[in-house]
Design a protein around this ligand. Structure first.
Ligand code: FE
Length: 404
């Protein structure tokens, strides 16, 4: 007998990255997994005889639980002063001089207690979870010393402890240069590879290692050293690549068989082709593109042509994407990048799961996968990408249990 069965629902299964819609469907769960999925008419009996609990979804849609596969959720404070100053005409340099910019977040984050970080990140996480989110990736990268980087990753792990959401952590020591290493990027990369990353790995705090390979971050050579160090520790890698210039980041990510290469506004065709061959997922971040008024669009046509799966994420961070909404990212992926609503939804389900190495258990509604799904008050799945600022989420099931 199944634990529960969900009837009178339309299912967007997202199998193979398409809606894969099953109208008047049914979904049966057992031991936290999907035990049966299909048309209600094909159920092998009466629901009440098949499962201990029967849930009437009253014609709602069910999608896989949403996945935000790129966030900097754990950080202290915000950058609202910088936001205001910039809109009064201040340059980036002037903001840095005023002690704002990334250095401000690093200083605040180093000072913050673990409890304060948990409190602030929990509030951000709750907003995402209220929108049907069941899995999130959280990066470090605002500590840039061993004590603070491990503190951030411990906080991220803690956020997943209740089981209400799956948390995957990434160590992003190569994010920005800390103030004490200005002008000494190679020395900082030494520190990352020989001290901070080994400490993080020893404490088993990171599921993956990330680096920023860009004109505004680290060079290909520097990023490569971080990826080598990760490989030596047998940790999967990913990369912030080519956001502000073509730094051959996409090709570098592919060379290291990265789970994902993220941003990609300036990536070239050879890099995209290499990603396709390596199975590296493209993660596009429309919130950042919007907030920074970026002009260059990511190479969506090339990604489609080469068959690179596209994921969409919030990049939630105080400097360039102070976003609390994954649903808004669906809308922006369509309006800014020209994705179809179907591609956008696949981007926060199936393809986001692939970008985290979780494709076997998450991201689609299929028998045997985790029973992680969201219920929606919508008439068709495209509505999730159509609305700006609406939240039609009517409930979330995580590992087979309805989340309060
Ligand atoms: Fe990022």
């Amino acid at each position: 007998m199944w634990d529960s069965i969900w009837i009178n629902a339309h299912l967007a299964t997202l199998r193979a990255g398409k809606y894969g819609a099953v109208r008047r469907g049914a979904l049966a769960l057992a031991q936290g997994r999907i035990a049966w999925i299909g048309a209600r008419a094909e159920l092998p009996g009466e629901p009440a005889q098949l499962a201990r609990e029967v849930h009437d979804c009253e014609g709602r849609w069910i999608t896989p639980g949403l996945i935000d596969c790129h966030t900097h959720l754990v950080h202290a404070g915000n950058r609202v002063r910088e936001f205001e100053l910039r809109l009064q005409g201040a340059s980036g340099e002037e903001c840095d001089h005023a002690g704002l910019g990334p250095a401000y977040t690093v200083a605040q984050t180093r000072e913050a207690s673990e409890m304060e970080l948990v409190r602030d990140a929990s509030a951000r996480l709750k907003r995402l979870m209220d929108e049907g989110l069941t899995t999130i990736e959280i990066k470090s990268g605002y500590g840039l010393d061993t004590a603070t980087e491990t503190k951030l990753l411990r906080v991220a792990r803690l956020l997943g402890e209740s089981g209400a959401v799956t948390v995957r952590t990434s160590f992003l020591g190569a994010h920005v240069l800390p103030p004490e290493y200005q002008g000494r990027a190679d020395a900082f990369v030494d520190l990352l590879c020989t001290q901070i990353l080994p400490a993080v790995a020893q404490a088993k705090l990171a599921d993956a290692v990330d680096a920023v390979c860009d004109s505004a971050g680290f060079s290909v050579q520097q990023a490569q050293r971080v990826l080598e160090a990760a490989r030596a520790l047998r940790l999967p890698v990913k990369l912030h690549a080519d956001q502000f210039s073509d730094s051959n980041g996409a090709a570098l990510a592919a060379r290291y068989r990265a789970l994902s290469a993220d941003h990609l506004e300036h990536s070239n065709e050879a890099g995209v082709r290499a990603m396709a061959e390596a199975g590296t997922i493209a993660v596009l971040l429309p919130g950042t593109h919007y907030f920074l008024h970026q002009q260059q669009l990511p190479p969506v046509g090339l990604l489609r042509k080469q068959g690179v799966p596209i994921a969409i994420a919030s990049d939630c961070n105080p400097g360039s994407s102070p976003s609390g909404s994954i649903l808004l990212m669906l809308n922006m992926a369509c309006t800014l990048f020209g994705l179809t609503p179907e591609e956008a939804l696949a981007g926060v389900t199936r393809n986001a799961a692939l970008a985290l190495g979780l494709g076997a258990t998450q991201g689609t509604l299929e028998q045997g996968k985790d029973a992680d799904f969201a219920l929606w008050n919508i008439d068709e799945p495209a509505e999730l990408a159509y609305s700006m600022g609406a939240n039609p989420c009517a409930g979330v099931v995580k590992a087979g249990r309805a989340r309060a």
